[in-house]
Ligand binder design. Sequence first.
Ligand code: GLN
Length: 288
Amino acid sequence: MARAPSPATFAEQRTDEILTRAAAALGALAGAAARLEAELLLEQCSGWSRTSQRAWPERRLDATTATAFAALLGRRLDGEPIAYIRGTQAFWTLELGVTPDTLIPRPETELLVETALARGPAGTATVLDLGTGSGAIALALASERPRWRITATDRSGAALAVARANRDRLGLEVDLVTGDWLGAVATGSCDLILSNPPYIDGDDPHLDLGDLRFEPPGALTPGADGLAAIRTILAEAPRCLRPGGWLMVEHGCDQGVAARALFGAAGLVEVATLDDLAGLDRITLGRR
Ligand code: GLN
């Protein structure tokens, strides 16, 4: 792992040279995103937007900001996700607050939002987002469908506090409720049930790599069997859906076949798996 350059390396140096040096240090960890991450960290400690960093490459960093920048860079070089260091992650059209109590929203989860918008009712609808974390899915839908009545649940109170702060800052309407999957949900009440549940096998070596080491384990893996949470959702979803209502669940790229089998066994119809932008199986949907 690259060592963090000392603050003295950055004090009184030009912005463009600082960014080149920081991006080189981040190369092994961040790959093609190294320069972007360096700019984001500099933006965080200097207040200089990325645009202003580019427009004014000869501007020099004062000693205090240089120390702060070296500290941020050191944290990133220790593997801490850039989203947790900055406390924010872009998702859909929103900038969401995130903390180590929440999963970092992933771009592939936007497929779930897109699919819900495409297939959900055009008018009013009762919508449920299970295991909402930072509130990403529910808040994205609320920003697009003001007539939907959206409830988002999480069993983690700490995660719900993050979702609540995001909701209130964005001025969106979502009911946030403590809850574990569908046990407490009324029969025949939902037009649309969505979830990005934990789905990584408990013994998957990826859990010990990269950003995942810093994310809440309970948001990543349901335990030994990666399908356990999806099974729990399917045990109750047909009961909770109105006739014609949809269940849409994100899953691992190698879980499409198993997910379709579980949806079919639960009696849902029009079952299909959709690919994300990388061409990988990512969500399965089915209808009561
Ligand atoms: N998509 C995440 C990952 O593979 C996992 C998130 C989840 O389990 N819901 O890193």
